[in-house]
Each structure stands twice: as structure tokens, then as C-alpha cells.
Ligand binder design. Structure first.
Ligand code: SF4
Ligand code: SF4
Length: 357
């Protein structure tokens, strides 16, 4: 599959081990995949560990998400040059790169769909995102184990990939065999599958794949009651828990950087010392910085209390009003990569448990 995608001109990106984490990067061959590795995750904790088999996708999710490729951390928007005839402005052309993403999890498919809604389906379409997104080929993987901070079942976003993929794999390691039960989600996926060596799955293999997903769903590391969270948070904007979390939160912005749905950016201009050339880029920003809410005269969210409350109420409540779905897919990254282990599921629980019944 990897070779065929490359022959078709795709840049093949998938999981690989680097800097003691499973990250998403270019995949040269099957050897690049994290065979036999898994991850152990908890609040503020991430460790790689060896598995007792050679599973290629036997881990949950790492610090990267696919937004790194679809909405890159830095994107030049235009360049300008002062010439004898005046200032020439050249917009940055949209990328012509076509990505094949290998190993996309169900929660990540939901996160991509959420970013599509924000960046493609609203009043303003982002041409850079569109160019990268429209050409992408997506190979999903149904999760074979839940991470310690996963709660996709609470958010109805996993662990089985239901839509938004070209192909979906379930990795089966039974009876000395290493198989991938494969489902095509699009004509492009079906056409690729037709070129690969394959056979019809037996009923036993189909049942085994269902059992993998059921086992994963039953072993989520976290859970969060999501049905009433919109009203719960908006009715508790002055709850003392916001002060409590503000005493722990470092306002570092890690949670927004690792979140697969966060999309805030800011624009940055730079020019040469001679004043001849200049360019404008946008880069990922975070609602945890003072600058993001700076308007004339100061920041409207000057305290950690106000910034954490903005982040969490946007994710779980006002995102629904704005875009029609939650902004959280339950991937658990913000819990794992928070240096002080602040846990969004625990914060919701604390507010709910202290509400008068
Ligand atoms: S808020 Fe946290 S758990 Fe939810 S999608 Fe973002 S990183 Fe994942
Ligand atoms: S919640 Fe954690 S990761 Fe997010 S800004 Fe606060 S300390 Fe950083």
C-alpha cells in the first residue's frame, strides 16, 4: 500500500518513533512504522513501552495530529517587494502536495471534519487548507487499545472509524498471523484496494475485528458526561472551580497546540533591514496567550482564570453554538501533554459534582 501510494504521487505520512514519542512524519517504508511499540499515558505523563507482539498500530495517539499537515504551524500568506515601479505583492500559491495519511484514528477523523466545518464550510474558505485537504487520501485504523487519557466513547467519536476515510484497517494478530481487515470508504479507496494483494475476509476475521473495537471501547482511560455539558458550563461561569484551576494552570498553551481541533492563528509581518522585501505569515496561536485577545488598550482576558474558562467553555459549549458540534473529540492529548496534569474530564466533573441537585 505504501509503495502504491508513493507511485501515485502521494507524500506518505504516518506514525514513527522519534524523540521517545510516536509522532507523524514521512514514512519511507514499513520499517518506519512503530512496530512493537505502545504508549502509556496519564495526566502529564507519556512513555513509550515495548509490546509483546509486532503490532504496527498498537498505541493510542501521540503529541502530533494531522492538523500539522493540513493547517501547518507556520504558513506564509504573501511576500512584497519594493521595486522602481512600486510595491509588488505576490500571494503565496496554494500547496500542490497530495498527502496520504496512514493510521488516522476515529477521533482524528472527527477532528478533521470539525476543522473542515471551520475552515471550508463557513463564510470564509481558507485556500491553503482547502488545497491540502482536498488532495488527501486517508487510511484510518480502528483502535486496538485505548490510551490512559482517551475518552472518545463519551464524545461519540470512536473507537471505530465510521466515515471520512478512503480505507479503514483493523489490525489482527491472532494464531501467528498478522492481518489487516480492510474496509473501503470511497471509490478512491476501493480502487487502491483493487491494486493490492487481498482476499475476502472470513466471518471469523470479521468477528475478530469487531471484538478488537469492542475491547478498546470497554477500556477507555477516561470518561466525561457530555450530554448536558453545554448548559452546565454556561450556567457556571462564576463557579469557584475556575479559580482553583487557575492556581494550577501555567497558561503555557500546550493543550491548544496538541489539540487536533484548535485552529486559532495570528498574523506576523517581517521585513528585511533594507526595507525592500517583506512578508506576512500566520502561525498557530493560543487563547492562553495575552496577545490573542489584545484589542486597543489591553487584553480582554488578562487572567489565567479567564483564559482557561474561555478555552474550556469554547471547546465544550460555545463551539456547539458556533459550529454545531462539540470542539472536543476526546483524544486526551490536552490531559497527557499538560505539564501539571490538568484534566478536562476532571474539571467538568468537579463543576457538576458541586452543582446543587
Ligand atoms: S480538548 Fe483535549 S481531549 Fe478534546 S480534542 Fe482537544 S486535545 Fe483532545
Ligand atoms: S491547562 Fe495545562 S497545558 Fe493548558 S495552558 Fe494550562 S498548564 Fe498549559
Amino acid at each position: 500500500m505504501l509503495d502504491t501510494l508513493k507511485q501515485r504521487g502521494y507524500r506518505v505520512v504516518g506514525p514513527t518513533v522519534r524523540d521517545q514519542a510516536i509522532v507523524y512524519d514521512d514514512i519511507a517504508s514499513l520499517k518506519s512504522l512503530p512496530a512493537g511499540w505502545t504508549d502509556e499515558q496519564d495526566g502529564g505523563r507519556y512513555r513509550l513501552a515495548r509490546r509483546d507482539d509486532d503490532a504496527l498500530f498498537g498505541y493510542a495517539v501521540g503529541p502530533h495530529s494531522w492538523k500539522k499537515f493540513l493547517l501547518p504551524p507556520i504558513q506564509r500568506l504573501w511576500q512584497a517587494e519594493r521595486t522602481p515601479d512600486g510595491v509588488q505583492v505576490t500571494p503565496e500559491p496554494a500547496s500542490t502536495e497530495r498527502f496520504a495519511f496512514i493510521g488516522v484514528r476515529s477521533c482524528e477523523l472527527h477532528a478533521i471534519a470539525i476543522q473542515d466545518r471551520v475552515l471550508l464550510e463557513g463564510a470564509y474558505v481558507d485556500p491553503h487548507y482547502r488545497a491540502r485537504r482536498e488532495g488527501a487520501f486517508i487510511v484510518a485504523v480502528n483502535c486496538g487499545q485505548a490510551g490512559g487519557t482517551c475518552f472518545c466513547t463519551s464524545m461519540n467519536t470512536g473507537p471505530k472509524a465510521e466515515a471520512g476515510f478512503d480505507l479503514a484497517l483493523t489490525e489482527l494478530l491472532t494464531g501467528g498471523e498478522h492481518l489487516f481487515l480492510t474496509e473501503a470508504g470511497t471509490d478512491a479507496g476501493q480502487a487502491l484496494l483493487a491494486e493490492l494483494p487481498h482476499r475476502a475476509a472470513t466471518q471469523g476475521e470479521i468477528e475478530a475485528a469487531k471484538a478488537v473495537v469492542a475491547r478498546t471501547a470497554a477500556s477507555m482511560g477516561r470518561e466525561m458526561r457530555a450530554d448536558d455539558v453545554h448548559d452546565l458550563l454556561l450556567h457556571n461561569l462564576d463557579h469557584p472551580r475556575w479559580d482553583n484551576v487557575a492556581e494550577r494552570c501555567l497558561s503555557c498553551g500546550n493543550c491548544t497546540m496538541v489539540c487536533p481541533t484548535c485552529f486559532c492563528t495570528s498574523a506576523e509581518d517581517s521585513s528585511d533591514l533594507a526595507g525592500v522585501e517583506t512578508s506576512r505569515s500566520r502561525r498557530w496561536d493560543s487563547c492562553f496567550t495575552m496577545d490573542l485577545s489584545y484589542i486597543h488598550g489591553g487584553s480582554v482576558r488578562p487572567t489565567t482564570h479567564s483564559r482557561y474558562r474561555q478555552w474550556m467553555t469554547h471547546k465544550l459549549a460555545t463551539w456547539v453554538d458556533q459550529f454545531g458540534s462539540s470542539g472536543c473529540v476526546g483524544c486526551g492529548r490536552c490531559i497527557t501533554w499538560c505539564p501539571v496534569a490538568i484534566d478536562i474530564t476532571e474539571e467538568v466533573r468537579a463543576i457538576r459534582d458541586s452543582e446543587p441537585h
